[in-house]
Design a protein around this ligand. Structure first.
Ligand code: NAD
Ligand code: TYD
Length: 336
């Protein structure tokens, strides 16, 4: 099988390519990535010479390039996106461009070249926020109610993908997953930011009261879920993918990390809240279990520890990121 993976130099995309070529070494993977601040070819160093892997430096908004790559593709797995909520609040423009227009360009090429599957990787954030202290969960019937420029752009792309199935019969599937964590995650997101700040002896910023809840999904469970969707998913369907946490507030996640790293809580610093901050996300993945046999397998505590170990063992990976433009972003975001 010939796969076109978009955004394969980012966190989840690179984990996915490594997972895929290990499990299916005969398949051919082309990775189309613009190498924005979040793209990093170091993530794929171990396979760069693999003859079944090819990297193409380019933009998903470029119709000629996307069309030419798609003409040699069976399956598209679309990860490429601007992915950080705080950056979308600072400047929504690249989110609209890449997440909406880029998805449109890919859909057009997929249709023209008759790919056998277009899998779109999306987020639970399209469903908006759930109240704290409720048992409510997101499922595939939850109405869309995005609240940030990031989630609104992802919601928009989901609608486009679904419309190409309904209108043109494009063979699509969509996954809406919760917050991923694991190796190779850019240190702007909560878990890698916390771990690397602790390793640098810096304060750990907590937005608002810290009582915001996310569902945490280990990245390899996510990769396996996409694999199952490609194998067993029904065309036109949306699958919700979640992890094994049950309503754990951010402050508890941070305290766990501090404890595992033998640090006390004096490193915690409460900072200004994110505007429009979604209170709680929680995922009902039972339909994905029934239809695909998906269930998360990696326990949060154990894999949080493995993730911490990865950042300890790969200091040069994140130290080379946390310079220059990253520091400019950090100072602006955290009012340093
Ligand atoms: P990331 O920010 O780590 O990586 C994004 C990748 O896309 C980067 O390599 C970047 O260079 C590339 N890219 C950006 N714009 C591009 C363009 N115009 N053309 C080509 N490449 C471009 O993101 P991630 O965390 O790996 O997320 C991957 C996907 O999963 C995204 O679609 C995101 O919305 C979704 N998602 C992520 C999470 C999470 O917790 N990280 C949760 C739910 C859904
Ligand atoms: P983040 O990792 O940015 O993912 P998302 O916004 O997609 O859920 O944030 C996870 C949670 O952690 C979210 O509630 C915001 C919060 N947060 C902080 O409290 N401090 C921080 O410095 C960051 C980056 C996030």
């Amino acid at each position: 099988m010939r796969l076109l993976v978009t955004g394969g130099a980012g966190f989840i995309g690179s984990n996915f390519i490594l997972y895929w070529l290990k499990k299916y070494p005969e398949d051919k993977v082309v990775n189309l990535d613009k190498l924005t601040y979040a793209g990093n070819l170091e993530n794929l160093k171990s396979i760069e010479k693999n003859p079944n892997y090819e990297f193409v430096h380019g933009d998903i908004c470029n119709p000629q390039l996307v069309n030419s790559l798609t003409s040699k593709t069976d399956v598209i797995i679309h990860f490429a996106a601007e992915s950080h909520v705080d950056r979308s609040i600072m400047d929504p423009a690249p989110f609209i461009k890449t997440n909406i227009e880029g998805t449109y360009v890919l859909l057009e090429a997929a249709l023209k070249n008759k790919v056998s599957r277009f899998h779109h990787v999306s987020t639970d954030e399209v469903f908006g926020a759930l109240p704290l202290n409720s048992k409510e969960l997101f499922d595939a019937k939850t109405p869309y109610a995005p609240r940030s420029p990031y989630s609104a752009s992802k919601a928009s792309s989901d609608h486009l993908v679904r419309a190409y199935h309904t209108t043109y019969n494009l063979p699509i599937t969509i996954s809406n997953c919760s917050n991923n964590f694991g190796p190779l995650q850019f240190p702007e997101k909560l878990i890698p930011l916390t771990i690397t700040n602790i390793l640098e002896g810096k304060k750990v910023p907590v937005y608002g009261d810290g009582l915001y809840v996310r569902d945490w999904l280990y990245v390899e469970d996510h990769c396996r879920a996409i694999d199952l969707i490609l194998k067993k998913g029904k065309l036109g369907r949306t699958y919700l993918i979640g992890g094994l946490t049950e309503d754990i507030p951010n402050i508890e996640v941070i305290k766990k990390i501090l404890k595992k790293m033998n640090q006390d809580e004096s490193l915690i610093e409460y900072v200004k809240d994110r505007p429009g901050h979604d209170r709680r996300y929680a995922i009902d993945w039972s339909e994905s279990e029934r239809e695909l046999g998906y269930h998360p397998t990696y326990s949060f505590d154990e894999y949080l520890e493995k993730t911490i170990d990865w950042y300890i063992e790969n200091k040069s990976w994140w130290q080379s990121i946390k310079t220059g433009k990253y520091l400019e972003y950090y100072d602006k975001q955290y009012n340093r």
